[in-house]
Design a protein around this ligand. Sequence first.
Ligand code: UGA
Length: 463
Amino acid sequence: MASPPDTSKTTKLERYNSYLRRINTARLLTLSSQLLFRTTILAALLLILLFTLHHPPLSSFSFSSSPPHSHRSLLSSSSSSSTSSSLSSHSFQRQVLHSATPRNPTGLSVLVTGAAGFVGSHCSLALKKRGDGVLGLDNFNSYYDPSLKRSRQSLLSKHSIFIVDGDINDSSLLKTLFDLTPFTHILHLAAQAGVRYAMRNPQSYISSNIAGFVSLLEVAAKSADPQPSIVWASSSSVYGLNVENPFSELHRTDRPASLYAATKKAGEEIAHTYNHIYGLSITGLRFFTVYGPWGRPDMAYFFFTKSILSGKPITVFKTQDGAGEVARDFTYIDDVVKGCLGALDTAEKSTGSGGKKKGQAQLRIYNLGNTSPVPVGKLVGILEGLLGVKAKKNVVKMPSNGDVPYTHANVSLAEHDFGYRPTTDLAAGLRKFVKWYVQYYGIKNKVHGGVGGGIDVSEVASV
Ligand SMILES: O=C(O)[C@H]1O[C@H](OP(=O)(O)OP(=O)(O)OC[C@H]2O[C@@H](n3ccc(=O)[nH]c3=O)[C@H](O)[C@@H]2O)[C@H](O)[C@@H](O)[C@@H]1O
């Protein structure tokens, strides 16, 4: 009799095999879930990366990717897709509207270009303080120390003024801003300033003062609804080789001595064209060597102060015939601010819409000066007194780099039309500048005694 097959071994083997299968299946499951987990994490990371690339941090709202003085195609430059998405963000729109809306319905709503600049920051604060809405626009270029511009921006932000970080050549950005806010006025102060720097970087003057101005006027004339009234900064330099004195708006301005002056003069002609074709109300203000607290480090009174304090020599120009000193109608910032506000308040409405003129519009030009020229040597003397330090002066003939020997404003037109009357003489204005300077740069703490001689630095002027 055959013995029954030994099934116990087979069963054990089968059990063992099934155990191995289960183990393998479990391993496979663990492996695949790990793979799935890793793939999900990777995909999430990729998504976050893509999102970040397309949405720059809301705090910066930076729209100008071009380096300072780069010359990308200006009139047609468009925002990148990342820009568009930032522009459409609710947070951005809220900040724009909050900043640009006046306290009461009869107040102005002003787009201030160059708001982080010297005159721009002062005007923005003055407008905001009296209840107008102000939106700033500035490209924060590095023509001079951008940290000073950022400090001005912080000051403005404390007064609820938002500055959009962007370029006047970016017409898409401008259109978006005008779509968001029905600005009543533009105070156009963004420009490439400086007379002598034009020899070193001529293209930057064309880019800002001509192409940038046209870009702004195009949007104001064709896209903005209603068309805003425009007040903008021209310059005393347009008088160029004029020898009639004091300079009146009726004098010749067709002999500019620098490319800077030529671009400002071109701006005045361009303003005429946009007024004529589109009915834009435009007022040009010829500023005469504006100075004061929060000023421009590229200007003589500012860098003289720095050099005098650090014991470095300064160069003081005398006229090319060697017979006299060069002189300027130095104008204190508060006086210029009053002039800018006066021009805004008396600007009539533009008459056109959608690129079509409906009637004759206002076109004005005014000198905003101090009416009493001071030789540069005297300016140095005042600074020496205020700083309590003697300057090391090199007196040389004014080089042929665009400078003119003197400026002197006749301001009767501005006085007649909006009560412009400068009230600060150079000594009083420089005193306020030095107070600000020593506090801003912490000079009082660094230098023992002497600095700010006669100045109570605890009463530092602030805007
Ligand atoms: O009124 C204007 O239209 C112009 O005023 C200033 O131009 P500028 O008057 O040349 O001002 P600074 O560069 O501060 O020069 C002031 C005076 O100091 C003189 N200077 C300048 C530099 C220097 O090293 N030494 C010196 O004696 C100049 O010749 C000038 O007479 C501004 O820089 C321009 O942006 C503005 O448009």
